[in-house]
Structure formats: C-alpha cells, structure tokens
Design a protein around this ligand. Sequence first.
Ligand SMILES: Nc1ncnc2c1ncn2[C@@H]1O[C@H](COP(=O)(O)OP(=O)(O)OP(=O)(O)O)[C@@H](O)[C@H]1O
Ligand SMILES: [Mg+2]
Length: 507
Amino acid sequence: MIRLEGITKVFPGVKSLDNVSFEAVAGEVHALLGENGAGKSTLIKTMAGAYTADEGTIYFDGNKRSWTTPKESKDAGIHIIYQELMLFPELSVAENIFLGQAPRTRLRTIDYKAMYESANETLDKLGHHLDSRVLVKDLSVADQQMVEIAKALVGETKLLVLDEPTAVISGRESELLFERIKLLRDEGVCIIYISHRLEEIFSIADRVTVLKDGQYVGTYDVAELDRDRLVGMMVGRKVKDIFPPKKDPPAKAAPVLTARNLCVSPKVNDVSFDLYAGEILGLAGLVGAGRSEVAHALFGSISRSDGGVTLGGEGFDAPSPRESIDRGLGFLTEDRKGEGLIMSLDVSANVTAPALPEFTTSLGLDRAHETQAAKDEIKRFRVAVPGPEYGVNKLSGGNQQKILFGRWTRTCRRVLILDEPTRGIDVGTKVEIYEIIRKLADEGLGVLLISSELPEIVGLCTRVLVMRDGIITGEVSGAEINEETIMKFATAAKEPMVQSVFLGEAT
Ligand SMILES: Nc1ncnc2c1ncn2[C@@H]1O[C@H](COP(=O)(O)OP(=O)(O)OP(=O)(O)O)[C@@H](O)[C@H]1O
Ligand SMILES: [Mg+2]
C-alpha cells in the first residue's frame, strides 16, 4: 500500500529522519513506535506531502509519488489524523467532519439537515454522542479528538494514519475506536498507528516498526515481541514501570488549598476537598466528568458560579490566572496548544513565561538568565531540541509537553495542578517525570493530579477523589487505592460498563 525508501529529512540543527525505509500493507494495523523526537510524526508528514523529503522515494498503491501538498495525498486516499488537531474552531462539528464534502440538496446548496444527521450518526458509531451543531471551539480536547476521528470515517480512505489518537480520550472511547479500526482493517484499509501506550499496541497492531533518533531500527510481528523487548529497542536501555515510593504528607499540617462547594455551571457541582502540602492528591474520573473544569476554576481560567476556595490559608475567590501564578499556584493544562504553549516563541520564552519578573531587571529582560533557565530545563527533562532559541512549534509533541512541565515546576511554590501530565510522553521519560512529581511533593508542594491513566493515579497518589458527572462520588486512600475501586466510583451503575482492556498496565 505505502512504501517509503531511504527517506531523509533534515531541519536546521536536526536530522529528523536518516535514510528510513518503511512499508505497510492493505489490511494491517501497523504501529510506528519510538521515543519523543524519534521522527514518527515527521515520517507520516512526509508520507502525506506535508513535508518534502530531502532524499528518498514514496510509493503509494504501487506507483511512485511525489506529493507537494497534503491535498494531493488526501485525494489519493490517505487520511491523516495529526497529533496536533487540525480543526476549524469557528465551524460546527458537522462542518468540520464534512469539510469540502458536505451533502447537497437538489439545488446544490449544503443540505444542513442531512449533514447534521449523518455527522451525528458517524459520532454515534464511535460511541461518542455529541451535538454536531456545536462549534468546535466550545468542545473539550477529548471531544475535538473524536471529531478528528469521525472525519476519517467519511469519504474514501485507503490509508488511515493516526498520530496518538488516544492521548486525550478515555479507555471506553479508545475501545470503541479500536473496534472501528479493526473493522476498517478487515475491509482492507491500511492503518498506521502511533501511540506511547504500549498496551494498545499489543491489543490492535499486527506489526510494529521502531524508530530511534531518526533511524530505522526494525519491523516486527507483534506476536513475536514482548513489552520489555519493545521498550528496549525504543529506549536503548531497560526501563521498568517503577513509581517512586509513596509518602503520606506531614501529619496535622493545615491544608494548603481548600475548596468548599465549588460549582461551575453546569459542569461541576458542590465539589469540596482539602489539599495538603507534601501530598499527591489524585482526581480521577472518566473524560467529561468535570475534572478539568475543577482545575480551571481553581486556577481562575474559568469562572466559578459558586463556592469558596482558600490558598495558603487565605481567601482565594475569583482569581485571575495572573493572580494564581503570583500566589504560587501552577497549572499544567491538558490543552498544550490552546492554553499552554506560545507557539510563536522559542523554548526560552516558553519556559520563563509565567515567571517574567524573575527574569526582568531594571534594564529589561535578562536574556542570559532566561537562556540559562531554559538550558537547565532542557537538560533536566532531556528535551530533544538543538537549543533554547529553537521555536517550540518545531518540537515533537512529547518534547513540547516536557517544556510545559519545566515551566511550571520552576514557578510554582504552593500548589501544582497537573492535567494529564504525561500525555504523549515516552516510556523512559515518564518514569523520570514521576520522580520529579514525587520530589516536588517532598519539597512541600501540594500536587493535584488529574490523569486518565489509572495506573498513574494508583502508582503516585496517597489519596484519590473520584468524580462522575460533575460531583465527587468517592474518596479512596491508602490500600483502598486500586483500579477497580476507582472505576466503580467513576462509572454509573445504571450504565453497562465496558470492561477496559487498557487498565492493566502503565506505559
Ligand atoms: N518543522 C520542524 N522544524 C524543525 N524541526 C522539526 C520540525 N518538525 C520536527 N522537527 C524535529 O524533528 C525531530 C523529530 O520530531 P517528530 O515530531 O517527528 O518526533 P516524534 O517521534 O513524533 O515524537 P513525539 O513522540 O514526541 O511526538 C525532533 O527533534 C523535532 O524537533
Ligand atoms: Mg509526534
């Protein structure tokens, strides 16, 4: 179906792909694996004509092709779901799904009724019920991801590429997505699948190709691999899923943050809890349960409709994000493109953005100090980037996430809210990030951890709040913290629960 031969792609300062060959055939799910910055996204962008290779040849459907734009590859039947979503925020869900191929009435005008109906149908097939008239900008990241996936299901697709599609959706939605992927595969579609969640690879991929530092490592049948071998090939060393030892927060300390009857209409209702210094408190629940809204309401990036919050013992009502930062509250958002990174600036500026006073002297911005701070973070998180002056828009997805992590761990003194912190982060670096989170708590920060990866919650937290439909449905601590108990509180008893196959293992 698709064959790449000897592809080399060089960016200033980085050789993203170094003589890489790759082949995927019709009717298979072919996983593409490698650490952050290994070249996975670059390879698929080259495949699609979004990047032009410096060297090498592309064959699609048996013919040599040299696409110059993504449109050409799309017309030939290649559909790519990019890591950074490509939706039009000002258009409705349905308009995004049917962009350029909307159903028409007899008078050749867009048949909105038919369009909304079939958009809803497509989403229903994915088990994701959304009103397709809603504007994309009003959706959560998870909903947006489902819209991206729905787009791939309309029209004629011969090759479907998914670059980390499950990073922001829940286990249940992932499972429905995998069912669709398997159906498409059985219909003869070729599917290329990128993910850092290795358990997914074992449940849907037929073959895997591993890249490392822009080079081809090998292609293998999944049946002949186990997890350790796969990780070894990607990382080049042994990595175990080790969470640092848990520690209870110092006894009897006053809470560093309290929330009483916090409401965000209509998503969050009467949420109350205390967070202690030195504690890693989990906030678990399915996507859409209201966890991110709680985080935004604490930080002040959305307004509270009711409730009282204290930070460091003092009232903290209706803060702005600026005030939150000044008072020592940091927030790593789940939407790194929309709310986190300033894409037009370089790594230095992004690391230091919330802490500008620290880097400003009477003479203006202290560039040397700023550069040093960025260099420290690059080193600490092993960010694959040539230097601090590099634009963040040129970094790989996982490396962008590391920059955000570096930013917040520098500036925050009291409470750090982490919303899906290891999303898109590779296996090796995750372990390091877990250690950093533990260390920050040991140094006296209160950490509120939101994660859809249950093993992460179970492995790191000493206490866990579980949310469902905007309310806290349970609190578990100590030995009670396990996936079954959390899932029980997170899912409605009325709803038949789809047993997730991904809950067994962290990657
Ligand atoms: N447009 C660009 N300009 C400059 N450098 C780039 C560009 N796109 C990618 N790179 C660099 O190429 C390398 C490979 O990046 P790529 O995005 O392909 O990694 P990846 O394997 O997809 O990683 P991740 O798992 O983090 O998404 C990185 O070092 C990245 O900084
Ligand atoms: Mg990528």
